[in-house]
Design a protein around this ligand. Sequence first.
Ligand code: FES
Length: 93
Amino acid sequence: MSITIKVRQNGSLLVEGEDVKLVDWTGAEYVVPKRPFSLCRCGQSKEKPFCDGSHKTCGFIGDQAAPGPRANQAPPAAPGTPSTPGTPGTPGT
Ligand code: FES
């Protein structure tokens, strides 16, 4: 079973997956009230580490999207452009 942690825009961390344990710094397990569950990342929740919706009223902004796998790839070479031999990921290697 896969686990997904979704960073919500201007909100919490949504944890999806049935086989997820949430533990504190001693290894003690939190009782998770429902699944999926959300973890606070705004710092304002009264139910930490869980989100209680306070991010909606405190002006929390968290809108840095992941760059995605394409951000780390070199752009494709233009047609007719010779590739550099030995450069990983480019044609001709
Ligand atoms: S992210 Fe929801 S209360 Fe902090």
